[in-house]
Design a protein around this ligand. Structure first.
Ligand code: GH3
Ligand code: MG
Ligand code: MG
Ligand code: MG
Length: 324
């Protein structure tokens, strides 16, 4: 709850600092089969806004999806097309699901307006139009949209932060925990192999003690990069804790996983790590424990336990090696 409150304060701060964003000219799309009426509408709106017109109903949806508009103004009175169809299509498509729609209706079209509101139209005006009212209603919808866009962006950044390790940029253990059961279940149901690598830096305390904690951090960051460069996009690398990292390799059997693990071990041992802004370097090795999914009677916990035991053996057998 405290986190949520903090976020609200953050968002308010963000919005205050972005009021210029919110004030910038809006991009509007007018959908009206009647070209003359559409131009008149544009004249009313174009002092404060950038306004496009589409008069071909069949092209309207494409324009809306591709156009990055702040608000779409749909006029009724089409002869060949139901304007509400466009509205419901917009609501069905992810990209335009939340895009404001203002309906412009004739004065005797109250029931059509009601159906429109049911379909998710945000606001409406009846002809004859009052310029000030039109501008005010458009402005309200544009502000609401930009505010919501900022909120959504801020929320997804918060979620991203919660599952990212800030030192290395890799995913953190929370992310691994929430994704592992899905990867595990999927591998079992598809009868596909799944491998896990657990890595731990060798004598990492010594690196900290000799070169300082910041140098240790440099090594961790560099290692994360090397790890990332040696796995596929579908593999999941995360910082499991201090100087322990876990890599989950879907569709990968023991033999292939051993090749990957050996490549990672080699890429660490073969090239010293730069520390203190590149003014010095340090030799680093890692130990790796490898475990593979056993189709019968296995669990995420057992799989990780086997990887952990393998890692322990790698340490005991002299470090700088892969055991699986
Ligand atoms: P071993 O080969 O047995 O793994 O030896 P080790 O020295 O690596 O032993 P251990 O795993 O017990 O020590 C890990 C050290 O990693 C202890 C801790 O201070 C250090 N460490 C953990 N997290 C960080 C970090 O974020 N930054 C730095 N610089 N050091 C860290
Ligand atoms: Mg450790
Ligand atoms: Mg240890
Ligand atoms: Mg260690």
């Amino acid at each position: 709850l405290r986190a949520a409150t903090a976020r609200e304060a953050d968002i308010e701060g963000l919005l205050l600092s972005r009021t210029e964003d919110i004030k910038t000219r809006a991009k509007l799309l007018i959908v009206d089969e009647n070209e003359a009426a559409a131009s008149r509408l544009r004249d009313l709106l174009s002092r404060d806004n950038e306004v496009d017109i589409v008069t071909e109903p069949s092209a309207a949806l494409i324009s809306v999806v591709e156009g990055d508009y702040d608000c779409v103004i749909v006029a009724t009175g089409f002869t060949t097309y139901d304007p509400l169809r466009l509205c419901s299509q917009m609501r069905a498509i992810e990209r335009t699901r939340l895009l404001p729609i203002i309906l412009i209706a004739e004065h005797d079209e109250a029931s059509l307006v009601a159906r429109g509101l049911d379909l998710g139209v945000n606001d409406y005006l009846m002809r004859p139009l009052d310029r000030n009212e039109l501008l005010a209603r458009v402005r309200t919808q544009v502000k609401r949209k930009r505010y919501n866009d900022l909120l959504r962006k801020s929320l997804s950044q918060t979620i991203e932060m919660a599952v990212t390790d800030s030192l290395t940029g890799l995913h953190n253990r929370r992310y691994l925990d929430s994704h592992m059961s899905m990867l595990f279940t999927r591998s079992i149901s598809r009868e596909r192999p799944l491998s896990v690598l657990m890595t731990d830096m060798d004598h990492f305390k010594l690196i900290n003690d000799t070169h300082g904690h910041d140098a240790g951090d440099d090594v961790l960051r560099d290692f994360a990069g090397r790890l990332h460069r040696n796995i596929r996009g579908i593999d999941l690398a995360c910082r499991y804790g201090g100087e322990e990292f876990v890599v989950v390799l879907p569709d990968t059997d023991a033999q292939m996983a051993a090749v990957v693990a050996e490549r990672i071990r080699e890429t660490v041992a073969s090239t010293p790590f730069l520390i203190h802004n590149g003014t010095a370097s340090v030799d680093v090795t890692i130990s790796v424990g490898l475990a593979c999914l056993q189709p019968r009677n296995d669990s995420v916990e057992k799989l990780f336990k086997r990887a952990d035991i393998a890692l322990y053996k790698a340490k005991k057998n002299g470090r700088n090696r892969v055991v699986g």
